[in-house]
Write a protein that binds this ligand. Structure first.
Ligand SMILES: Cc1ncc(COP(=O)(O)O)c(C=O)c1O
Length: 379
């Protein structure tokens, strides 16, 4: 079976983690936390990094730092992971949805403005499967309406976005460089992994301090056991950070490989009929975190059936996200009543992603593509 993901853990990772174990610095104190925060923030072009346990709580900490009042709204894509919606719900806010773009599968920026109300406090763009959101219109809306941006770059480490493409001086910027706060996951299937892990980046020093307090139970500096606010224990361990630092040191190499894998899949699958492959818009640099495909209804099967057939041929896959408006747990809270997001609904039923881990070999890619051809045929 070719696994959907297998991380590539190198000698440097072993060396750093061994240092944690042999010196006893295994908790959330230790040199690697600060070094990883600084290295990742610098790679993404940000001033401050606050490392946490995973990407889900990175989003929760970021939303908590906004101090929402009950009923305050955060606009996000319907096509995303539940972590985005639950971060808002857990902080007393209300998630508000927009559909995704049928080409990039990311938030359709053109649908945001009609969802802005007097209660809107933030927009949460989510880069999907390695392709960035079209950020300029999102930034412009946020500026015009005085909204915060919490960027979710969990799936787009190192992805590029050409900002100001209609101006005289367009500039390439990395995913994670746009939000008032930008959140990452370093789960084992991510481009940079710490096993489990996450981080919030910001350029705002006061906000970074607030995030550090929230991460650490709001222990008060100078009066440790007095709590003026309630926080969380979202701390990352030194061992996770050790892995993350080693991974960050060779992130360029990893991204180069991810792009090669993406290009190879696109070349080999280009002639399969009735499927849509990932795109790379002219203003984007896709890192192909996961190589997704959407099978057309004309193929006579949905993603569940395609996944079943590929599995029988030794290829593991994962289905696309199910839309937030179709989540029973959120519907039961009275959210998204009667709402429909047709692009999300179609791709969530017809989409899956192929093996895409950093350890994937060229032979495995060839094998996966041969099996896809076997199931879906050639054009
Ligand atoms: C877009 C997005 N945001 C957030 C997360 C949550 O990250 P974690 O699994 O580290 O909690 C994920 C996880 O894959 C994700 O894909």
């Amino acid at each position: 079976m070719i696994p959907v993901n297998e991380p590539l853990i190198g000698k440097r990772e072993l060396e750093y983690v061994t240092e944690c174990v042999s010196t006893g610095w295994v908790s959330s104190a230790g040199r690697f936390i600060g070094e990883f925060e600084a290295a990742w923030a610098s790679y993404c072009g940000r001033k401050h990094g606050v490392a946490v346990m995973n990407g889900t709580v990175a989003l929760q900490a970021a939303v908590a730092a906004l101090d929402l009042s009950p009923g305050d709204e955060v606009i996000m894509p319907s096509f995303t992971i539940v972590s985005c919606a639950q971060a808002v719900v857990y902080c007393g806010g209300t998630p508000v949805l927009v559909d995704c773009d049928p080409r990039t599968w990311t938030m359709d920026a053109g649908q945001i403005e009609q969802k802005i109300t007097s209660r809107t406090k933030a927009i949460m763009p989510v880069h999907i499967y390695g392709h960035p959101v079209d950020m300029d219109p999102v930034l412009e809306l946020a500026r015009r309406h005085g909204l915060a941006i919490i960027e979710d770059a969990a799936e787009a480490h190192g992805a590029g976005y050409l900002s100001g493409r209609d101006s005289d001086s367009p500039v390439w910027r990395r995913a994670g460089s746009f939000g008032l706060m930008s959140c990452f996951s370093f789960y084992a299937n991510k481009i940079v992994t710490t096993g489990e892990g996450g981080m919030v980046l910001t350029d705002d020093g006061a906000l970074a301090e607030r995030l550090r307090l929230l991460r650490n139970l709001c222990f008060k500096p100078g009066a440790r056991f007095q709590h003026d606010n309630l926080g969380f224990n979202f701390r990352m361990t030194n061992m996770q950070a050790a892995l993350g630092l080693a991974q960050t040191e060779r992130v360029d190499e990893t991204i180069k490989r991810k792009r090669e894998v993406g290009a190879e899949y696109t070349k080999r699958l280009g002639d399969v009929p009735n499927i849509m492959l990932p795109v790379e818009e002219s203003w984007a640099r896709n890192v192909y975190w996961m190589y997704g495909l959407v099978v057309g209804e004309e193929a006579g099967m949905d993603a569940v059936e395609l996944a079943r057939r590929l599995d029988a041929l030794g290829v593991q896959t994962r289905p696309f996200f199910r839309g937030m408006h179709e989540q029973p747990a959120l519907q039961e809270m009275g959210l998204f009543k009667g709402e429909s997001y047709p692009v999300t609904e179609r791709i969530s039923r017809q989409g899956l992603y192929l093996p895409s881990g950093t350890a994937l070999t060229d032979e495995q890619i060839a094998e996966v593509c041969a099996r896809v051809h076997e199931v879906l045929g050639r054009g």
